[in-house]
Design a binder for this molecule. Structure first.
Ligand SMILES: [Zn+2]
Length: 82
């Protein structure tokens, strides 16, 4: 059972709000962030991306893992959406 806050969590629902990564060095030229993304139906993954000032679209640096739950709200992510 998910709470209202979890149902409205912007980080684990499309269009997947960006999660800033603070532990990378601050850089005016580039913004590093993590993001939940789908790779096909029910294949959720967490990615690390960077967006530089001159970029229109962010670059995918790495696929971090298959998340089992949202780190921002704790909602389980391995359940199928209805
Ligand atoms: Zn969430």
């Amino acid at each position: 059972m998910n709470t209202v806050a979890q149902k409205n969590c912007p980080f684990c629902h499309y269009p997947w709000e960006k999660i800033p990564i603070d532990n990378l060095e601050d850089d005016d030229e580039a913004f590093y962030f993590e993001r939940y993304e789908t790779n096909g139906p029910h294949k959720l993954m967490k990615t690390i991306n960077v967006l530089r000032n001159d970029d229109i679209l962010p670059w995918l640096i790495a696929i971090k893992r298959r998340p089992k739950y949202c780190e921002m709200c704790g909602r389980p992510l391995n359940e199928e959406e209805e």
